[in-house]
Ligand binder design. Structure first.
Ligand code: PFF
Length: 454
């Protein structure tokens, strides 16, 4: 077992919040959220998403941070320490697998963002909506290019992790987060003034309640909330293990959830008004290409659009990197803690494994080829990966974490850990009810409902 000194701790609470937000804010907010809103029917998805964040994910965020801080170990070690000689460590193992699985497709999309830095800066993506869509289609159909870009993202992530925890993540995030917020605000204001913006805002904000109980919408919103908040796979648990006993877990959790959710909502305020300003725009049709199809048109309407475009994709890439770092850290921390591997060996071996799994996701985006339409399933490999890990593995991980903290470890133990820094846990009764009853029941119902209606 590595000592605290070997594992590292955060420099300060601000450092922890920055790092945990760096994990949470990423492609999930800016690429994933608008894409899911587009496929989930607009405002109704937003509403369900917010309910999931507040009533399911926030309590689970607290639970993960508490477990991590108590055990000071990776997910597998934490479950084992709190409940030795039981099978609960398997939940941690699911998280280790989910970290690698998510990173495999995430690195492909982050690679697209890298390429778009160049395309935006050189003004390569121009023309009408069809031309911009076709550009993205041709670009992603180049499998070897997508593989190379994913490798670049993974290699960069691995390099940061080799340098240890604190020095890398805190510093990058401190610069990136304010710049990203400022740029998103500018883009949202510009988007609101485009012709057609009102229609986009209506789509984004006025719910069509007929889809409220659509099982696929409920499942997608739940999965997206877990994915965006880096929950259900032990990432926040791992971050909690680096959190000092003097800090308030509740304040940290609230900050991370508020920041992450605001960034996702802000991304929607950019994509939908500018999308609807394009003739014949159908938000449900674009899939993973949505932001790559809409944003270049928005940049073109700005003075110095090429510069804005390049800056945007640089920041998106940085936001993605602070998330890939935490995705890779979960399996890496596991092999360091549980198998006494050196950090170097863990980083190299896990990154290689993830890269091999990333290849089919990178190759599946052309119109032809086995990975673009899997036999018997009908979707591409990347979409399959995203569905398995985000919509099922993360919520199931969250469900089991809630049951573990609420019923096995028991809430009074968790509350004691929360109150260690010397102040009472403000909504302890409410949190106990949510973690013991609401989270397990709501997640089970949504998952079962989604599976039976597949
Ligand atoms: N939360 C990240 C995003 O929204 O892009 C993705 C992610 C990072 C998910 C880390 C899970 C995780 F452990």
């Amino acid at each position: 077992m590595a000592s605290t000194a070997q594992r590292g701790t955060w420099g300060s609470k601000a450092g922890f919040i920055l790092a945990a937000s760096g994990s949470a804010v990423g492609l999930g907010n800016i690429w994933g959220f608008p894409t899911q809103v587009g496929q989930g029917g607009g405002a109704v998805f937003v509403l369900i998403y917010l309910a999931c964040v507040l009533f399911i994910c926030l309590p689970i965020m607290v639970a993960e941070l508490v477990m991590g801080r108590r055990a000071q170990l990776d997910p597998v070690g934490s479950f084992t320490l709190i409940r030795p000689a039981s099978s609960w460590w398997l939940v941690g193992m699911l998280g280790v697998l989910a970290g690698a699985g998510i990173l495999s497709f995430y690195s492909v999309i982050a690679g697209w963002s890298v390429a778009y830095i160049w395309y935006a800066a050189t003004g390569a993506v121009t023309g009408d909506a069809d031309a911009i869509g076709a550009f993205f289609g041709n670009f992603t159909a180049n499998g070897p290019l997508s593989v190379g870009l994913a490798l670049l993202v993974l290699a960069t992530t691995a390099t940061v992790l080799l340098g240890g925890v604190q020095s890398g993540i805190e510093r990058v995030t401190k610069l990136m987060m304010p710049a990203l917020i400022a740029l998103l605000l500018i883009l949202a204001i510009r988007a609101a003034t485009l012709p057609g913006a009102a229609e986009g805002l209506t789509y984004y904000l006025r719910p069509d309640f007929s889809r409220l109980l659509d099982p696929s919408v409920l499942n997608a919103a739940l999965g997206q909330a877990f994915f965006s908040l880096s929950l259900g796979m032990g990432a926040m648990l791992t971050y909690g293990s680096y959190l000092s006993k003097h800090e308030s877990i509740i304040t940290a959790a609230l900050w991370v959830v508020a920041l992450d959710t605001s960034m996702a909502l802000l991304a929607g305020f950019i994509i939908f008004p500018s999308g609807f300003s394009i003739e014949g725009f159908d938000p449900s049709a674009s899939g993973p290409g949505l932001i790559f199809a809409v944003l270049p048109r928005l940049f073109a309407t700005l003075p110095g659009g090429q510069l804005f475009g390049a800056a945007f994709f640089i920041l998106l890439t940085m936001a993605a990197l602070t998330s890939t770092i935490s995705l890779l850290e979960v399996p890496v921390a596991h092999f360091i803690d549980a198998h006494q591997w050196t950090r170097r060996k863990a980083v190299l071996l896990v990154t290689t494994g993830v890269f091999l799994l990333a290849i089919p996701s990178a190759l599946g985006n052309g119109a032809v080829g086995v990975f673009s339409r899997l036999p018997g399933i009908g979707v591409d490999f990347l979409t399959l990966m995203a569905t398995i890990w985000n919509n099922f593995a993360l919520p199931v991980g969250g469900l089991l974490t809630a049951v573990f903290v609420g019923w096995v470890w028991r809430v009074d133990q968790a509350i004691e850990e929360v109150e260690l820094h010397g102040a009472p846990f403000p909504a302890r009764r409410l949190w106990s009810v949510l973690i013991r009853y609401v989270c397990p029941a709501a997640i089970s119902v949504i998952i079962v409902y989604a599976v039976v209606s597949l």
